[in-house]
Design a protein around this ligand. Structure first.
Ligand code: NAG
Ligand code: NAG
Ligand code: NAG
Ligand code: NAG
Ligand code: NAG
Ligand code: NAG
Ligand code: NAG
Ligand code: NAG
Ligand code: NAG
Ligand code: NAG
Ligand code: NAG
Ligand code: NAG
Length: 389
């Protein structure tokens, strides 16, 4: 860059006169770099049905006035590029890596495809990447670890394949890692455990296999953890109890075995717990009553045995209880009918016995009740707001 000698005085000049000569910095070489980068992107868009870029991204006006573009307040450099929901079809040109001040990049809900050029690794100021709902395929590039300031990486609903790169574990500022609805395989990398600020980890609907590494439970800031619809196996590690801020835990539709880990009931902030459609066995422990903030409790289609614990009555904000398709025995505990907020109560396909107590009439918010395929006697059920067959 032999231009530096003349750039510095120009910069000072621009700063001093920027109020009266607002457009001058647009002509500085650096603003031109951004313009060239965006025009290259425009040229790589093969279909623009709303004609947004075609009519709006014209070289006559400053890039800062282009639709979807935001510049910094102190310099006319692009800091945000938001082209979401424009129905664009195209590819990402390497020139985009020249937007050196870019902090937010959102191209979600379009049809961008192809591979991601390595030049993007130059975007070291990026804090937010949103590529959701596009048609990207191939591996998630290992060089994503260049984005050292990144707090959100949203790549969901694409066709990314291969393994989750371990290098993502070095993104020490990452708070959201959302990779669901892709075609990712292999194990969840242990390096994920290094993400000490991670609050949301969504890896659902991929083909991740092996055990859930204990390292995941080193991410003590986690509030949302969803690994639904994979082929994970082994038991749920006791270290789950370290996630004391966890509010949403979705591990359903995997191949998990073993018992419900007792440490799970240390996660007292849990609002939604879904471990259904696995092969869990053993009983539902009394400690379930510790989860006093639980709104939604899904344990259906496992191999759970024993009685419904009486402590269930402590779940005073419980609205959805799904325990069907297990091997639960014994009577319905009376305390169950203390759960006044219950809307859905599904206990079908178990071996529950005894009568249905008239207290079921206390569940005034009930909209869906299924007690079928048990050994219950049907007395008193006509007091319930039963809308099932
Ligand atoms: C312009 O670009 C050069 C090299 O890319 C860089 O060193 C300089 O800081 C930039 N100046 C401004 C005002 O952005
Ligand atoms: C481009 O779009 C922006 C934002 O909608 C608008 O302010 C600007 O006037 C448009 N420019 C042109 C040349 O149409
Ligand atoms: C921007 O990036 C492209 C491709 O990576 C490169 O060819 C070009 O020289 C870069 N610089 C400018 C000023 O456009
Ligand atoms: C941008 O990326 C390319 C390819 O990764 C690299 O060769 C180049 O040095 C980088 N440029 C800057 C300014 O970092
Ligand atoms: C992913 O790839 C499959 C097959 O290659 C294709 O049918 C599907 O539409 C793709 N999905 C997306 C979101 O691009
Ligand atoms: C969980 O916490 C215990 C003590 O609080 C600690 O010894 C253990 O290493 C932690 N495990 C993980 C995976 O973070
Ligand atoms: C679980 O494992 C069994 C046997 O190993 C296999 O047949 C089944 O498809 C697996 N289910 C899922 C959801 O991975
Ligand atoms: C439950 O256990 C039985 C016998 O041990 C087994 O045949 C069945 O596949 C298991 N069901 C699930 C959902 O794991
Ligand atoms: C959890 O529940 C058990 C039994 O219901 C109780 O003894 C224990 O004190 C509870 N633990 C916490 C941390 O609330
Ligand atoms: C059911 O409701 C009645 C009257 O509102 C109350 O006295 C009783 O304790 C309730 N039973 C249970 C199990 O909550
Ligand atoms: C349920 O009832 C059937 C027949 O009515 C009986 O064969 C079975 O042993 C009963 N199961 C339990 C768990 O009571
Ligand atoms: C329905 O509930 C009321 C009061 O809760 C009770 O008096 C009545 O006997 C119940 N009806 C039946 C058929 O059990």
């Amino acid at each position: 860059m032999g231009n530096n000698g003349f750039l510095l005085p120009l910069m000072v000049f621009v700063v001093v006169l920027s109020n009266s000569v607002a457009n001058l910095s647009a002509e500085s070489p650096n603003a031109t770099i951004d313009q060239l980068a965006l025009l290259a992107l425009k040229a790589h868009v093969t279909h623009d049905p709303l004609n947004l870029l075609a009519t709006n991204w014209t070289s006559g006006t400053s890039v800062c006035n282009w639709i979807g573009v935001t510049c910094g307040s102190h310099h006319e450099r692009v800091t945000t590029l938001d082209l979401s929901k424009m129905s664009l079809i195209g590819t990402i040109p390497p020139h985009l890596g020249n937007l050196s001040f870019l902090s937010r990049l959102n191209i979600g809900f379009n049809h961008f495809h192809g591979s991601l050029p390595m030049e993007l690794a130059n975007l070291s100021s990026l804090k937010y990447i949103n590529f959701r709902h596009n048609n990207f395929r191939g591996e998630i590039p290992a060089w994503f670890d260049s984005f050292t300031q990144l707090h959100s990486l949203l790549l969901y609903s694409n066709n990314f394949s291969g393994v989750i790169p371990s290098s993502l574990g070095s993104l020490s500022n990452l708070e959201k890692l959302i990779l669901y609805d892709n075609d990712l395989k292999g194990q969840i990398p242990i390096a994920i455990g290094n993400l000490s600020k991670l609050k949301r980890l969504y890896l659902d609907n991929n083909q991740l296999s092996g055990q859930i590494p204990s390292a995941v439970f080193k991410c003590k800031a986690l509030e949302f953890l969803s690994l639904t619809d994979n082929v994970l196996e082994g038991s749920v590690p006791q270290e789950i109890g370290n996630l004391t801020r966890l509010r949403y835990l979705y591990l359903d539709n995997n191949n998990l075995t073993g018992q419900l880990p007792s440490a799970l009931f240390k996660c007292q902030e849990l609002e939604e717990l879904n471990l259904s459609q696995n092969a869990l066995k053993g009983s539902v422990p009394q400690e379930i009553g510790n989860l006093t903030k639980v709104i939604s409790l899904h344990l259906y289609r496992n191999n759970l045995t024993g009685k419904i614990p009486t402590t269930i009555g402590s779940l005073s904000v419980l609205r959805y209880l799904y325990l069907g398709y297990n091997s639960l025995t014994g009577q319905l505990p009376l305390t169950l009918f203390k759960c006044q907020e219950l809307e859905d109560l599904l206990l079908s396909n178990n071996s529950l016995e005894g009568s249905v107590p008239q207290e079921i009439g206390n569940l005034t918010k009930l909209r869906w009740l299924n007690l079928s395929k048990n050994n219950l006697t049907g007395r008193d059920t006509d007091n319930a707001t039963d809308k099932t067959q």
